[in-house]
Write a protein that binds this ligand. Sequence first.
Ligand SMILES: [Zn+2]
Length: 225
Amino acid sequence: MHNINWHPSSEMLLNHAMGNTNEAESLIISSHIAYCSVCKAEVAKYENIGGFYLKNHEELNVSKSLWNNLLGKLDGVEQDSKETNFVDYKIKSRLNENGVRVPSFLYHYLPNASDTKNWNSTINNVKYFNINFKENSYKGKLLEIPPGKVMPKHSHEGLEATMVFHGGYSDEVGSYNKGDLVILDDNDEHSPVSSEQTGCICLVVYSGSLKFKGILGSILNLSKF
Ligand SMILES: [Zn+2]
């Protein structure tokens, strides 16, 4: 089994366990947990602690509608069976003739885009598929980057989180492979290069817009990306 080296912070995992993350954060943290048994165990620990406090709280003042709201939310939700392999939704990709398996809940975001040849193309041959979230301040993109592709140097107005599903990439700070979740804030500037051997398929969620820098930044039309 390969090692996962880049994880979300404990604060993010705690927020996720307590249901305090937004849709974009939830999607990317859940994606990481599908590969990472260490973070999965940490979230389970927080959930147990939360359950303990709920059970031992002497007096809980809850609204009368809480129970009905809860039932409403549970309606139609099916419990995952223990045998479920969470990484079992296959994407067809030019990077791997056998296809690339991604977390099954991604199906809901790309039911008609399971073949990357139907994704959008940038001028530098990167394929991408846009994901829209309910919170307009967050955006998501699935990217299929050919081997050895240098991305223009860029920084970010807000947060950017990248989750690797296939292959990997590297930048000035390190290299990132399947299962790694890399989180950058608006102070980080980097120029990623996809793996020479495998290319990279990853999910990126970000707030704010990308600010491309350097020579490529001036010729890249951001509206095309
Ligand atoms: Zn982890």
